[in-house]
Design a protein around this ligand. Structure first.
Ligand SMILES: [Zn+2]
Length: 336
């Protein structure tokens, strides 16, 4: 199937009352793991690349791997999304490359670190929306600032410093026309989100409920939504890793979000953990092996297993055949 505009995918998810996992990729094995999981569960899927991923892979490699995926998996609706674009220029370059969706993260200044003013965020987001929508491309914005740092992008902190203000969220959506809105509810990027099982005082799902009540037609996005399962951490540590205990976002909390307007759920860390655990296991158990395929195959299978579980939990499983892809030209006409 040709790459699908993310807006169409999220509109369909809203109609069906489910969420769509957005999984980060840097290389071929990760794309293969996601596409195999989508096929096994019959899921539409968002594949996303951060600035760091585009740099690591040289983004033309990544883009052509995605085209190969579209060709090899014609029954899977797939959106290609720029994760955390730090500036208008980053988003523009993604659109020129062929991405069907971009995130402009104007909650931070272009350095990707300093929390910005509301006015700056509105301005850079509005400009990106104007450019993207003329080309049929979807836009995700962010209001409030997430915790942690991912691929060098992020304000750091616990995630509670700059929570989304529902009044600002309403004004932001009105002024920018974004298709999807990332909200800061206490989640952070990375493997150390919470030191104990998170409760409402640190993971504010009630804030999602409030924003959804005020903006019932805006697709909400949960970032930093890996669950950091203990068993994945234990495999890494069992084979020589040194990860401290930590909690992620429990799947049932994500499901509560999905019941209140969350349509895109970002997951990266869990897949990284699965890959690393599988590779460490081979290195320790079979130190005589040196063919990269001997450890990349189990790594790919371990990631596929995690992605399948998330696809079932988020509700996107079974929905791959619901619709045919809209073209970017059709989306341009829709925005006009
Ligand atoms: Zn994020």
């Amino acid at each position: 199937m040709p790459l699908v505009p993310m807006r169409q995918m999220l509109d369909e998810a809203a109609r069906g009352g489910y969420g769509v996992g957005a999984f980060n990729v840097n290389n071929m094995e990760q794309i293969q793991a996601i596409m195999e999981a989508a096929t096994a569960t019959k899921s539409p899927v968002i594949v996303q690349a951060s600035r760091g991923a585009r740099k690591y892979s040289n983004d033309r490699f990544l883009y052509h791997l995605m085209l190969a995926a579209a060709e090899l998996y014609p029954d899977i609706p797939m959106a290609l999304h720029q994760d955390h674009g730090n500036s208008f220029e980053t988003c523009k370059s993604a659109i020129e490359l062929g991405f069907t969706s971009v995130m402009i993260d104007g909650s931070l200044e272009a350095d990707g670190k300093t929390p910005s003013s509301f006015e700056y965020n509105v301005e850079v987001t509005r400009r990106t929306v104007e450019y993207a929508h003329e080309r049929g491309v979807s836009v995700e914005g962010e209001i409030g600032t997430l915790g942690g740092i991912e691929d060098g992008h992020g304000a750091g902190g616990t995630g509670l410093e700059h929570l989304t203000d529902p009044d600002q969220a309403v004004e932001f959506v009105e002024k920018t026309g974004v298709d999807a809105l990332a909200v800061a509810i206490g989640t952070s990027h990375g493997a150390y989100k919470f030191s104990v099982k998170p409760t409402e005082d640190v993971l504010k799902i009630s804030l999602i409920e409030e924003v959804n009540r005020r903006l019932p037609n805006t697709h909400l996005v949960m970032h930093g939504s890996s669950s950091v399962p203990q068993e994945l951490r234990e495999i890494i540590n069992q084979y020589g890793g040194k990860l401290k205990p930590a909690w992620g976002v429990p799947v049932e909390e994500i499901q509560r979000g999905i019941a209140h307007g969350v349509r895109k759920v970002n997951v990266d860390t869990d897949n990284r953990l699965a890959i690393t655990g599988a590779i460490r296991k081979v290195f320790v158990e079979s130190p005589e092996k040196f063919d990269p395929r001997d450890y990349l195959k189990p790594a790919r299978a371990a990631m596929q297993e995690v992605v399948e579980k998330r696809m079932k939990a988020f509700g996107q499983a079974g929905h791959a055949g619901d619709y045919a892809a809209k073209s970017l030209e059709e989306m341009t006409a829709y925005y006009k």
